[in-house]
Design a binder for this molecule. Structure first.
Ligand code: BDR
Ligand code: CA
Length: 311
């Protein structure tokens, strides 16, 4: 299995991404979860991550708290999407497993330093603050990264937090710029993909029909989280953004895209955090990311449901 670190701000869709990873030990070994401020403040994301591990029956997973605010801007949160706790929907007990004492950035640095070059995959599901801090403090760790598979950005689908920008990149554009310029191999799951991975009614019913605490919780999470997209975009259900990242590690052929140059807007308030992807190759800027554009959604949901059944 690939060694992975999931950097996350749960978030119902983050929760499903984590559950999918923990259900797939043949494909990925989760070295730890590093939490960041994003959908809700850090105290809640680092609590929610532990709630999710306990739901999966995995109180042994190491969970670290990281940066509580973006590198250079005020924190923007998304309670309007995820609810006051970030994990509204199911009624899940408070965690009893501990938070690890180390800072997430130190865990990232120490873990990457201890591993051979090109062997650890990073899976960011929130703002890129923790990763950027780690790369800034310890540039030597970049070569240890096998791949960064992240949820963030948009091209044709443009924005969900501003007209021009996707939430994760908008919250910390400076951090995103550091990561996209790091030279590490990057795979991007933008809104162009995730807005095709919609939890329609039959897909939600399939989660519930698992008849397990995990299946029920995922059905209730996606029920809650779909209100926003249904009301806002007239979408057929909740977009399952972050699970695209962990699904990619199981079956990359679910996704298709282009290897292109991606630059991050860090100056203009109007378009702050926009991912300027050179989809049509109109510049001579060097490609730095595999920018996905499509997903085979039925196969994605079949895989997800089959894996969640294992928990
Ligand atoms: C991203 O922002 C968050 O609200 C979701 O968890 C996802 O990571 C979608 O724009
Ligand atoms: Ca997220």
């Amino acid at each position: 299995p690939r060694k992975i670190i999931i950097d996350t701000d749960p978030g119902q869709d983050d929760a499903v991404a984590i559950l999918l990873a923990l259900a797939s030990p043949d494909e990925m070994e989760v070295l730890g979860l590093t939490c960041v401020a994003g959908n809700v403040p850090l105290a809640l994301t680092s609590k929610n991550a532990r709630i999710v591990c306990e739901l999966a029956g995995r109180p042994d997973v190491k969970v670290f708290a990281g940066c509580d605010r973006p590198l250079g801007r005020d924190l923007v949160t998304a309670e309007h999407v995820h609810g006051a706790t970030g994990l509204n929907g199911p009624n899940l007990p408070d965690p009893t497993m501990p938070l690890q004492p180390d800072h997430a950035v130190d865990f990232l640095i120490d873990t990457l330093r201890a591993e051979p070059a090109g062997t650890v995959t990073l899976c960011p599901l929130g703002p890129l603050t923790n990763l950027a801090q780690a790369f800034r403090k310890a540039p030597d760790i970049v070569e240890k990264v096998q791949e960064i598979v992240l949820m963030g950005g948009a091209y044709f689908e443009v924005g969900n937090i501003t007209p021009a920008a996707e939430f994760n990149i908008h919250v910390d554009p400076q951090a995103a710029e550091i990561v996209f310029r790091s030279g590490a191999p990057i795979v991007v799951m933008p809104l162009d993909v995730t807005h095709k991975a919609l939890v329609t009614r039959p897909r939600n019913d399939a989660f519930r029909a698992l008849g397990t605490p995990v299946g029920r919780a995922v059905a209730e999470m996606t029920d809650f989280f779909e209100r926003f997209d249904k009301e806002k975009y007239g979408s057929a259900g909740a977009p399952l953004h972050d699970p695209c990242v962990t699904a990619y590690l199981i079956d990359p052929t679910l996704f298709s895209g282009r290897f292109v140059n991606v630059e991050i807007e860090t100056q203009s308030e109007l378009t702050m955090g926009m991912t300027v992807a050179d989809w049509w190759g109109v510049t001579d800027r060097a490609p730095n990311a595999m920018f996905m554009g499509d997903v085979r959604a039925d196969a994605f949901f079949a895989l997800l449901t089959e894996r969640l059944a294992r928990l």
